[in-house]
Design a protein around this ligand. Structure first.
Ligand code: JD8
Length: 394
């Protein structure tokens, strides 16, 4: 990924020479270039600001130096950036909130440019010049609901949050998964040696070697912490209100059929097979499944956005057809549906189990985090699928 940063305080960005981002630059994973805005002035005082039209406090950054700086950056479209145009990010207190989801989105971009404003901000015509004359995508983004003196601090945070998601920058990509905000939950508590410190013990479960139980404990800790510190995260599905989970009725069948087809196409591609019940079954099969399973639907603003179903097999609670519409994945709804399905298990249940595609990495990751483990000594598992179980502490 190529990253250009323009600022009147280029030394502010020296922190990007350090640590993981610095290493990623040495390894050629990130091509970070910092430009001094004053290099694009032509007067003796290298002026970048002037008084605001219409009066008011403070100074405004002039359009000309910014336009020349952005023209210069865009003109340097050398080979390292596959896209011929950068996406421009301008930090501002009035911008869209910067989130992990936005970081993930921007990390897909091959070329980003950041404009660090100062004073009261940048002349509005610079945004128009970038969009209309240079044809750039422009995002005005805020780091948070507090006021900084300029965009540099925000760019440092954004480049780190985005850069560490670029493949190869973080050595063990696995660790990315467990992080706060990655799936809408805060992190579990962590410990290292010594086992006993200042009379304080490490929770024994972490010394048990029972990885399924440890994963389940950690999941519980994440839920408890999130509920205590960030209850907004537990229910947030990004504005527009949370998805409501309710028992499915016959009226849901046509949409359920469409949902299953839409959600299992991805699985078919991932697992290179179309021999998947969710794809091959008929509308009548879906209708009949309501009599043999307890099916739950998630609706958001009336739209069917997810589902899950459960059935009892002795002391095993089998969870199936857990799915979320593709455009709402990665926001915690899948985890909520799994928890809901688990929470409806009747007394006497000893294990929870489910099947998923052997190559369905995201699903496997979510289930393993929830304490499930792949078991191989099971018959009647669909082709290309694996069976996972979790033993309950009941
Ligand atoms: C860019 C100039 C200062 C802002 C008058 C103080 C982001 N979360 C955030 N808070 N503040 C910023 C931010 C502040 C900036 C600039 C970002 C450029 N200022 C201005 C308007 C009020 N002064 C930010 N991201």
């Amino acid at each position: 990924m190529r990253i250009d940063v323009v600022s009147i305080f280029p030394d502010y960005l020296a922190a990007l020479d350090l640590s993981l981002i610095g290493k990623a630059r040495e390894d050629g994973l990130l091509d970070v270039r910092v430009h001094d805005l004053r290099d694009f002035t032509h007067d003796r005082h290298r002026t970048v600001d002037d008084t605001p039209y219409g009066g008011g406090a403070g100074m405004v950054m002039k359009a000309q130096p910014w336009a020349e700086a952005l023209d210069h950056v865009v003109a340097q479209d050398d080979s390292s950036a596959s896209a011929m145009r950068p996406h421009l990010v301008v930090p501002g207190p009035g911008g869209a909130p910067f989130t992990q989801a936005m970081a993930r989105e921007l990390a897909q971009e091959p070329w980003l440019a950041f404009a660090c404003g100062r004073y009261e901000g940048i002349d509005e015509r610079v945004y128009e010049h970038a969009r209309e004359t240079l044809g750039l995508g422009v995002s005005v983004v805020s780091l948070g609901d507090y006021v900084l003196n300029g965009g540099e601090v925000a760019v440092l945070a954004m480049v780190e949050a985005i850069g560490r998601l670029v493949p190869g920058v973080i050595g063990n990509a696995e660790s990315l998964v467990e992080e706060s905000h990655e799936d809408g939950l805060l992190e579990y508590p962590i410990y290292t040696k010594p086992r006993e410190w200042n009379g304080r013990e490490v929770p024994p479960i972490l010394l048990s070697g029972n990885h399924a139980a440890i994963a389940a404990w950690r999941h519980e800790q994440r839920l408890t912490r999130t509920a205590a510190r960030r209850p907004d995260l537990l229910h947030a599905s990004h504005g527009e209100g949370e998805a409501e989970i309710a028992a499915a009725t016959a009226a849901d069948v046509p949409e359920l059929n469409v949902l299953f087809k839409a959600c299992w196409v991805q699985e078919a591609l991932l697992n290179d097979t179309l021999d998947i019940p969710a794809l091959t079954e008929s509308l009548d099969d879906v209708r009949a499944s309501l009599d043999t399973t307890q099916t739950w639907v998630a609706r958001k603003g009336g739209r069917l956005v997810g589902a899950v179903r459960t059935s009892r097999h002795g002391d095993d609670w089998f969870i199936g057809r857990l799915c979320v519409v593709p455009d709402l994945r990665g926001r915690g709804l899948g985890r909520r549906l799994l928890e809901h399905a688990e929470s409806t298990a009747p007394d006497g249940i000893r294990t929870m189990s489910l099947d998923t595609g052997a190559l369905s990495a995201d699903n496997l990751r979510m289930y393993k985090k929830a304490g499930y483990r792949v078991v191989t000594d099971v018959v009647d598992v669909p082709t290309g699928a694996v069976h996972l179980t979790k033993r309950l502490g009941r």
